[in-house]
Design a protein around this ligand. Structure first.
Ligand code: MLT
Length: 220
């Protein structure tokens, strides 16, 4: 198995610990969204998605601090789908600390994460390791980030998992295991398997908007 090269990304710019974009709210009733990009993305990628999902919500969009051959990520991996779990733990805590900093700096409520692929996986790790940081999470094409996460409690935390029926990166059994881990911790998990692969489709958008409206995850 090939180990993929991973080196720390350039140090964060600005006063907060992650390079990021912040879009202030125009609707104070809308919960802030934490946008977490996939491998090779950056802090700009999911801003349009966030605007579409919850117009008027504050958007907080950090860039992953790992660089894999120049591609930003949120934690190291040893190969596709094989994670460096020690690094997952370290990076999940770093990101959780950044969210605390950003909440203070920008006066935000606990955000709802919207994570795609690697961004969904770090959001899942944060739910396991720092259950108080997120008020909910939409995990798009997520897989298990920690084989044996510590016991934790996520009582009633709304979590939407959207998996692709023909996803070549995330086996169905792996996504189901993540849903089970979250359910065991008390999260209110809705796991849907949509037609399609690892990429997002308009069906994902509809499902996320519907979930935000139904669960009240978008209401602060
Ligand atoms: C990961 O590395 O987090 C997953 O394999 C998804 C990806 O980013 O390709």
């Amino acid at each position: 198995m090939n180990a993929l090269p991973a080196t720390p990304a350039a140090p964060a710019r600005g006063a907060l610990s992650f390079t990021h974009r912040f879009v202030p709210a125009t609707d104070p009733a809308a919960a802030p969204l934490l946008l977490l990009h996939g491998t090779g993305g950056d802090e700009n990628d999911l801003i349009p998605l966030g605007r579409m999902l919850s117009p008027g919500a504050a958007l907080l969009s950090p860039r992953g601090r790992i660089s894999e051959g120049g591609m930003p990520r949120f934690f190291r991996r040893l190969a596709e789908g094989v994670f460096d779990e020690e690094d997952v733990v370290r990076r999940a805590h770093e990101l959780a600390d950044f969210i605390g900093e950003a909440r203070t700096a920008y006066g935000l409520a606990a955000p709802v994460a919207v994570g795609f692929s690697n961004g969904a996986n770090i959001a899942a790790a944060m739910l396991m390791l720092r259950p108080d940081v997120l008020s909910g999470a939409a995990l798009l094409r997520a897989m298990v980030p920690l084989a044996n996460p510590p016991a934790g409690s996520l009582p009633g935390t709304p979590v939407l998992m959207l998996s692709g029926a023909a996803d070549p990166i995330v086996p169905a059994s792996n996504a189901a295991r993540l849903a089970a881990q979250l359910n065991e911790r008390g999260a209110r998990v809705e796991h849907r398997v949509l037609p399609g692969g690892h990429g997002l489709t308009p069906t994902d958008m509809t499902a996320m908007r519907d979930w935000l409206a139904r669960t009240g995850a978008a209401a602060a």
